[in-house]
Design a protein around this ligand. Sequence first.
Ligand code: SAM
Length: 775
Amino acid sequence: MGRNNKRGGKRGGGGRGGKPRDDTYRNDPIVNKAEMVNERFFNYYKAQNIIPENEWDDMLDKLRTPLPTTFRVAGSRVTAQSLNASIRDVHVKNLANVVFEDQPVEPPVQIPWYPDGLAWQFNVPKKVVRKSPEFKEFHSFLVFETEGGNISRQEAVSMLPPLFLDVEPHHKVIDMCAAPGSKTAQILEALHAHDTRTSTSIPSGMLIANDNDHKRVHLLIHQSARLPSPALMVTNLDASIYPHMKVPSPKNPNRLRPLLFDRILCDVPCSGDGTLRKNVGIWKTWQPMEANGLHSLQTRILTRAMKMLAPNGRIVYSTCSLNPVENEAVVAAALQSNPEFELVDVAHRFPELIRRPGMTSWKPIDKSLTVYETYEQFVEQTQEQHAFKAKLTRTHFPPDDVESYNLPRCMRIYPHLQDTGGFFVAVIERRRASESNTEPPKDLKREAPTDGEEPETKKPRLEETVVKAEEEEEAEIELDDAIEVEEELKAEDAPADAEVKVEAGPKPPSKQQQQPKKGDPGGSFKENPYTFLKPDDPTVVTCLERLHINSNFPSSNFLVRNPEGEAARALYVANDLVKTVVQHNDYNRIRLTFAGTKVLVKHEGARGVDAQYRVLAEAVPLVLPYLDRAFVLEGDFESLRIFTEGLYPLCDAFPEPFKSTGTALAPGGHVIKFPQGRVEGVVLPDDLYLPIWKNNTSLTLMIDKKAKSALSMRVFGKDITSHKAPPVGKAAAAEAAKTATVLVAEDMEQQEEGGDADAVDDVEMVEDGVEDQDA
Ligand SMILES: C[S@@+](CC[C@H](N)C(=O)[O-])C[C@H]1O[C@@H](n2cnc3c(N)ncnc32)[C@H](O)[C@@H]1O
């Protein structure tokens, strides 16, 4: 269970947040189709009337059938539409006439409700795609493009919460239960939803991805490296008591105020019975106490999110559970204690998405499988049986004033509606001033304490501000914040004036603080400090100059992660907001696991201090708008082929004019452009920018071998990469081998950053892990 195993979902049998589970139906060691029965499950959901009686068999049929394979093209990439076109023109065509087990197979189709046709469904189970020769090429495509960050293999319903979140590049977003990170990736894409060829590649907003499971946080960090973002921070905290991050007040930068979020995703740990189609173990283990036990944690996470929401902000609450105790009951409980919030009617959004309204009546059951109509009945009947062991509280039941919460505005997705998993989504916002006819909540009614920015008498009282216009909402929130800050600091026993003093920067954790405390989210917390380099730091100056990165690049946002705080192996970049947050919060309270993104890396063995760093392949789109284009090399199809085939081809191996360009090139890191085009069956749908390294006599494409294979598949239609060195002279071979070693070392380093070597060693396993854990 969530609270016990720190993962938030049950393990082995089902639940989200646990280890990947076996999802195979063929030769399944745990469950075969005939065993997909569970009387407790049937009786419980029949008693809830979750669907009309005449749909029950359809739903069960679907629940007993493997999920189709689904994936989406990463939306913010310049390549998204061209990759989508290549799926349509190449893969759909290739799969049009495939016969599998004597049956013709329908090729992949676009998921109708997903924007711009960027999500796909292939009605063949993932395991079959992986193992059957008929689908080998398509499977390789999926694996390589996933590794390259161009597609995300994600279950269809799991794509929904970020869509309803409506993230824009300037938003401050927090994903409260984020690991392993498929929705985090979608949110990041939305933050970066601009064309990096023509505008800045750095969004002004930010995303904090949080999870209380240390290991899963590291898996998330690894996954998010596929979409490197200077707007990303990762924390490892309990979402139900998430501390307020502090930022300088816009009115007075010498004072701190809590960071409020425009968008909050609560994709909470849940019992996960909506994932029965892939987590077949749930058939054996399902029992109602799973959901009953998670209800309180889920409610606390949602309630905490409400405290952190900015005016006009939006929360999306989601689970992959069918159980109203984890869904409508949680939403109703949170709305009841926070009446300034309401459910938003999103019925008009994504009209092709078939959904059912949220429920307004349900009947919880306890361990004895007794169905209770009301809380009072439960208390009465269980008084003599140690009721508290049964763990049902009043909020497990529909509230008396259930009609006032608009619960039908919640969305229920059932497997048989459009061949998906089961899912629940609710969109919550603050009531608009004009609609607000409720009493302000108790805590807002209190006199607001002085925050030092203006005299108490001048401050609007909160009751009054509820009905005022938008600019006044800002004031309301500041008062609200002041209350929160005060409460937090009191709780921390801080001196009364501590809240308003801007700290010089984050304090590194003391040894004692690094020790895990009782109740900590797990794992030890031994992160290196985050140190921003000065823009005139000699390494920064040399790098920018040598790599021809112009002065618009935020050179004061370079960040290093080592105890000495010096430029070493890697330079990270954060955007202004992330920098501000990092600098004004302190590691004693906040387990900050990652911030910004790695952009420049030191090329070990490089000659001369002025040629030591190069742009990391993944960071090229980020740096591109700031590169002096006069220094971007231009390649052609033939040179791309030579780069792709060989490990470190000699300059002489390239045809002219690239041969001369390469030979004349100064040793060190460079960026090369391969212009879009089509030659003799070779297709480059978009301009391609890649980093290369020049040794004395050879050139190397600085991308890892999986990315190189993906590139090869995409451009040349097959994997033409070779890992063998060409026959060259001794000295050149030794020199070039150094570069190859660097690439291998970097592959390994990236894996270490992921913190989960097993997961990274096997691409398939990582993906499968993500899919399995995700709804
Ligand atoms: C359903 S999964 C999240 C899936 C994720 N949003 C995605 O799309 O990849 C729920 C997550 O909640 C985390 N979790 C459980 N209890 C938590 C808590 N108290 N605070 C923060 N995260 C928690 C689990 O570790 C798990 O990773």
